[in-house]
Design a protein around this ligand. Sequence first.
Ligand code: FES
Length: 173
Amino acid sequence: VETNNNFPVSEIGTAKSSCGSCAVTRREAILLAATASVLALLPIFKANADTPDQWVAVGKASSFTVGAPVMVTPATGEALYVTRIDSITVVAVSAKCTHHGCKVAWMPADSQFECPCHGAAFTSTGKNVHGTMRNPAMGLSPLLSLPTKTTVDGNVEVNLAGIDVALLTPKVS
Ligand code: FES
């Protein structure tokens, strides 16, 4: 048997999986799994890459009070909340609940977004903190976060690109 780097040539690329009678080698199985993983991610990357930026001005940064989300409904998009987190950070999240898509409302007394449909709750930055009424422990995806920036003249802008492509698969409860 000839050797290459101390491995018998007859064994290179033919290592069998634990299933001795299987026709797929371990190398082929790994290659298939890696290919499937990459293909599964392609629609996400394609959707984001094909979506042009859509920066929309939502107001002067100075007009937002720290910790008090403001609902904004752009002319060409769905409702979202813009929240000033501190003196320099402004975040924006979609108002669409990640359970079945109802519009969440900011509840100042509880300092959280609450969904009127089935009771889910989210923090001001969109993190899920309460599942549905039937299943409070249910973990829901966070509200869709949208990129923000503050221009040199003090306007807050939100990038609406991707607000439709990233809607998450509804969960059943
Ligand atoms: S749609 Fe929001 S909790 Fe069901």
